[in-house]
Structures are given as C-alpha cells and as structure tokens.
Design a protein around this ligand. Structure first.
Ligand code: SF4
Length: 308
C-alpha cells in the first residue's frame, strides 16, 4: 500500500505501512573494518569508498553504540516528532567481526528506547554459516534488513572498482538470506566508469530476477581521497553523467523495477565538501525535486515497464 505521494514504493511508505507510524533510521558506526581494505580480500577497498567506509553520516566510532544512538536521536528530534527507530549499522562491513562482538553491539542497539528493528550493511562474502545463524536469530527477534553492496551486476565493472567478489557471490548470499526469510536490500550505483545505459538497466533487471525486498539507487560520487578520485584526476572522462542523464536513468530504473521492491533511495548522500564530481549533486534537494518533477511530467511510476 502506497502511503505517500511518490510514484514508487518508498521506504517511508513501507515502514509507515508496517509500523503504522513514522520510523527514523539512526545511523551507527560499530567500529568495523572491511576485508576489502585490510588485505583479507584486497587492500584499499572499492575504488569509490571513502576513508569512512561509506559511512559519512554514521555516529562517531570512538563512542559506544548507546552514546551514538542518544546523540543521533537528539538531532533527529529537531526534524521529526516520531520516537520509533531502526538502528542502522552503516560504516564499513558490519558482520566482519567475531560473533560475540557482533552480538554485543547488535544487542546494545536493540535495547535502545524506541528501536523497532535493525539494518545491517555488509558484503555478500561476509556471511558465514555462523553469521547467517546469528542473523536468523535477530530476524526472529526483531525486524531485520541486511543491506548488501552490489553496485553493478557487470563483473568487469566490479573488477574495475575492486569490489572483491563476483556477482554470483551476491546471488548466493541473497539465496542464503532468503532461506532464512531475512529481508535483503541491494545497493546499486549508477554512473560507474565505462558503464553504458544498458549495463545499468541490466543491473536493475538482475535485481528483479532475485528475491530482493529493497533497493538503494545511488549515483556515483567521486569523493576526495579515494582511489576513484586519483583515477579521475588522471582521466576525467571516466565520469560522464550529467544531471539530466542521471534523472533519465533513475526514471527508467524506477519504471523497470519490480513494484514489490521497496525503493529506499533514488540518490546517495555524501558530504558536500568532499564531492569532486558530480558538482550538480551538491544541491541534493534540487536534484530530488527535479527527479520527482520529471517522474510526474513523464507519468513514470514503479513497475511501468516491469516484465515478470
Ligand atoms: S565493501 Fe563497503 S566498506 Fe568495504 S571497501 Fe567496499 S564500499 Fe567500502
């Protein structure tokens, strides 16, 4: 049931429908690292990933989960009157630690007042049998979402961005999570180097082909102090998306997306002072308004061209 005025199944709509009130995501840093950075899989990480492990808006990792939660909650109170939350472990790889540590921080998040669920961002190759069992336990206990970085279904691009796993690995992880009835949210990036329009739409079709409950569509940011930034300095032609082209891509992605999949995001978030490109994305609200205007003008809605 769509509960807001967007022509797609938004996260806000999904959560309001499920919990009958506004739910706020509180973004936390559990103090993790990433096997794609520390050498277990690769060094340096995905080329687009910032030094914060793509968790720019998470809490301060030097503080406890409770302290981070309290601080973020106070900030959110200025914006929203709701007092129900999903604790979101965002920065780095949030299942990459011993089980007792994972249990400790997930439990600490769950006992915070008003928390109705957990969202955990991780890699598909960081879901061992033990971890899947642990996640299954939390899935019985609370509302759980596991957010997996796919970015693209094209393996040659995945190699280029140093993702560190192939697309089959992602697919296998989705199957394992779904065997346990765990909600899966896929992260996708549009505008990756050398990706064509068809490559991006193929990624959307790949998402449609799996039993996936949510998707986050991001646009590629070139962030200071990343490997991608170094590549961009040497060869600026790796970044070609204009604002108009991104708006068209996101419109086409929405119309192609299975209408049952919750669309959590239609653009990403980056600290404006860290963005090298695209500069047009710095005014995020202008971009969002332009996308919504474009969707309306062109009668685009989720699933318009979805073919089961
Ligand atoms: S898997 Fe995530 S945290 Fe690790 S390098 Fe890639 S984007 Fe960064």
């Amino acid at each position: 049931m769509i509960l807001d005025d967007k022509p797609y199944f938004s996260l806000n709509s999904f959560l309001r429908n499920k919990f009958k009130e506004k739910i706020i995501k509180i973004t936390l840093d559990g103090g993790f690292t990433c096997p794609n950075r520390d050498g277990k899989i690769a060094f340096g990480g995905c080329t687009f990933c910032s030094s914060m492990g793509s968790g720019e808006f998470a809490g301060n990792r030097l503080k406890s989960v409770t302290e981070q939660f309290t601080q973020q909650k106070e900030m959110m109170k200025k914006k929203w009157s709701s007092n129900k939350y999903i604790a979101y472990f965002q920065a780095y790889t949030n299942t990459y630690a011993p089980l007792d540590y994972l249990k400790k921080i997930y439990d600490e998040a769950l006992i915070q007042e008003g928390v109705v669920g957990l969202s955990i961002g991780t890699r598909p190759d960081c879901l061992s049998q033990d971890i899947l069992d642990l996640l299954s336990y939390y899935n019985e206990k609370t509302f759980l979402m596991i957010e997996l970085g796919l970015q693209t279904s094209k393996d040659s691009t995945a190699t280029l961005i140093n993702r560190g796993h192939d697309t089959n690995c992602f697919k296998d992880a989705v199957i394992e999570l779904r065997k346990r009835n765990i909600n899966v949210v896929a992260h996708v990036i549009f505008g990756l180097p050398y990706e064509s329009y068809d490559d991006m739409m193929n990624t959307v079709k790949f998402i449609n082909s799996l039993d996936i409950q949510g998707v986050k569509y991001h646009l590629l940011y070139i962030i200071k102090n990343t490997k991608l930034a170094q590549e961009y300095m040497k060869n600026p032609s790796i970044y070609t998306l204009t604002m108009d082209s991104y708006i068209k891509i996101i419109g086409d992605a929405i119309s192609l997306t299975n209408p049952n999949i919750v669309i959590h995001r239609i653009t990403g978030d980056a600290k404006r002072e860290d963005i090298i490109e695209p500069k047009w994305s710095i005014k995020k609200w202008e971009l969002l308004n332009s996308i919504h205007h474009y969707l309306k003008e062109n009668n685009i809605y989720q699933g318009k061209y979805f073919n089961a």
